[in-house]
Design a protein around this ligand. Structure first.
Ligand code: HEC
Length: 217
């Protein structure tokens, strides 16, 4: 019995050596073409999300990369011609809505983007909803349906002029929401933010934003 185990262990070590040689050979030949972060698994739970202002600002929104490839994410976000975001990319415009680029092949129809609706307070984030084509925001709007016109070229990122139906919230308001993200500790309001938040509150009161921002007040 002992001998059998020994042979078994020897065979296993030989097998592992062969495997690791093959793996390092594969890494050498493909290094130039394949981004290694694309082979890693993107694990997401509520600790993946925190203060929006700790992410990296791009124009009026924020990006991050859960696999550490922030350079790749920034390169995609700043590409004037549009680009496919690398695996692990996180994109946020307001504290409660997030897009995360999952592993290649996760969900073809969304180019592997997963949509999240968060509940945020001073203690952190809770994932209220997550999914690919069926997540609906506070506005009663389907994330995928609104973002899909920007699929080609812009990899589902709407901004302005990428083909998505515009939202009734301007960048003064999204900026004010970013600067008052409760997960960041003290608010960092700029002049005009209080006015923007009051205007937003009035729009919510008048039913103009449906239920989108109701939970934020
Ligand atoms: C009514 C249509 C609509 C719905 C519904 C919607 N979005 Fe968007 N979203 C937009 C538009 C338009 C922009 C760009 C706004 C701007 O920058 O002026 C945007 C911006 C964003 C951004 C910043 C990057 C970008 O695409 O410009 C993220 C991230 C985002 N939305 C995530 C979500 C998530 C997650 C949901 C669902 C929980 C969602 N959105 C629902 C239309 C929508």
């Amino acid at each position: 019995m002992k001998a059998v185990i020994k042979i078994g262990q020897g065979a296993m070590i030989l097998f592992m050596t062969l495997m690791s040689n093959t793996a390092s050979y594969a890494a050498t030949v493909s290094e130039a073409e394949v981004d290694k972060s694309d082979t890693k698994v993107v694990n997401i739970d509520e600790t993946s999300f925190s203060c929006i202002r700790d992410m990296t600002p791009v124009r009026h929104f924020y990006v991050d990369n859960l696999l550490g490839n922030i350079e790749g994410t920034l390169a995609a976000a700043n590409s004037p011609e549009g680009a496919i975001y690398p695996t692990g990319s996180v994109v946020q415009l307001v504290p409660t809505e997030v897009m995360v680029k999952r592993e290649p092949g996760t969900f073809a129809a969304t180019n592997d983007w997963e949509f999240f609706e968060l509940e945020v307070d001073e203690n952190g984030s809770k994932i209220a909803k997550r999914g690919f084509v069926d997540v609906v925001n506070r506005f009663d709007g389907n994330c995928f349906a609104c973002h899909v016109p920007a699929k080609e070229k812009w990899d589902f990122i709407c901004e302005s002029g990428h083909g998505c139906e515009p939202i009734p919230i301007d960048h003064k308001m999204t900026g004010a929401l970013q600067r008052s993200d409760p997960r960041c500790g003290d608010t960092a309001l700029e002049s005009g933010d209080t006015m923007a938040l009051i205007k937003l509150k009035l729009m919510v009161g008048a039913g103009l934003t449906k239920k989108w921002f109701e939970d934020l007040f």
